[in-house]
Design a protein around this ligand. Structure first.
Ligand SMILES: Nc1ncnc2c1ncn2[C@@H]1O[C@H](COP(=O)(O)OP(=O)(O)OP(=O)(O)O)[C@@H](O)[C@H]1O
Ligand SMILES: [Mg+2]
Length: 314
């Protein structure tokens, strides 16, 4: 790890992956360009089948591109696949794990696979188990773990060789809100320690909360890219929705409120409506992410209830 730090630990240029015969071609990834900066959490946001996993599989050397090129940690994913593999940690969406093995056994196996010296294996495994909060469950069979425990074990396994670049494919899909937040905190902590993270997600809230920059992918193509704030600002300015109801509601917020007040109108309910990443997605693609845009806050919103209700535009 004596190499100078790279500005862009992950790059892709015109990355393409097609599947199937010519007359029935699936263009899973269809020309993706990426520059992920060192020390960044980069979110890859898209609905089912958008091409997220296919992109991750190419960047992590598990799948050869049909066309285009990519580098990870400064190495070409095709011609220097071994070097790439040694630099990265990967937690795949569909990792097959033997349910009869314990967390401990899996970590030890992973350590051996990565050539960690036998004398160091136990200490490293214990450190990681502690880190992801699985110490007490270390000797239980993985088949008995909950979804959240499995995801935390996947994360620990991906960290065994202290990678500088981490790929997490839908790390929180299927997790309850508390487990999701625990995992977010762990990802943030790793990132603070210097790990560059690319994670995929179907959750707008997750991209918004966790990612420094977001690429929105749909049908194998990146349709928008930027910080969550930039992306939302590009869709439109926030607006204030005022609903007027029964008298008795307290109101002294803005000029608008005052003006209404002067007219003798009592404000009972205020809603601040600002563009969400779903609005960005809809503006770019003409359709909405599955399950989004219902006008209700997702259950994952944990920052405490805002004084003024926020919601995406419908
Ligand atoms: N091995 C394969 N053979 C044929 N088609 C494939 C293969 N892998 C992926 N695809 C197709 O490529 C497209 C993109 O799939 P991909 O798994 O990358 O999507 P995704 O964004 O990860 O979706 P999800 O959120 O459901 O995980 C889909 O249409 C999928 O059916
Ligand atoms: Mg996927």
């Amino acid at each position: 790890m004596s190499d100078p730090p790279l500005d862009f630990p992950i790059t892709a240029t015109g990355l393409v992956r097609h599947f199937g015969p010519e007359n029935n071609r699936v263009k899973a990834v269809d020309g993706v360009d990426l520059h992920v900066s060192a020390g960044e959490i980069f979110g890859f946001l898209g609905p089912n089948g958008a091409g997220k996993s296919t992109t991750v599989r190419m960047l992590t050397t598990l799948l050869k591109p049909t066309a285009g090129s990519a580098t990870v940690a400064g190495f070409d994913v095709v011609t220097q696949a071994d070097r790439v593999r040694r630099s990265i940690g990967v937690a795949l969406q569909d990792a097959a794990i033997d349910p009869l093995m314990t967390g401990n056994e899996l970590l030890e196996l992973q350590a051996v696979l990565y050539g960690i010296p036998a004398a160091a294996v136990r200490r490293r495994a214990d450190e990681l188990l502690e880190r992801v909060g699985l110490t007490a469950a270390a000797d239980r069979r993985v088949g008995t773990y909950s979804g959240g425990m499995r995801r935390r074990l996947d994360l620990a396994l991906s960290l065994i060789h202290q990678p500088t670049v981490l790929f997490l494919d839908e790390p929180t899909t299927g997790l309850d809100p508390m487990s999701r937040i625990t995992l977010w905190e762990e990802v943030r902590r790793l990132n603070r320690e210097g790990t560059t993270v690319l994670l995929t997600t179907q959750y707008l809230e997750e991209a918004d909360q966790l990612a420094d920059r977001v690429a929105i992918i749909d049908n194998g193509v990146i349709v928008q890219q930027g910080t969550p704030t930039e992306l939302k600002a590009a869709v439109g300015a926030p607006s204030l929705l005022v609903s007027v109801g029964l008298p008795g509601g307290a109101a002294q917020v803005t000029d608008v409120v005052r003006a209404l007040d002067e007219q003798g109108v009592k404000i009972q309910h205020l809603e601040l409506s600002e563009p969400s990443l779903d609005d960005v997605f809809a503006a770019a693609t003409g359709h909405r992410l599955e399950g989004a845009g219902t006008g209700t806050e997702p259950a994952t919103d944990h920052e405490g209830a805002p004084a003024v209700k926020r919601r995406g535009r419908r």
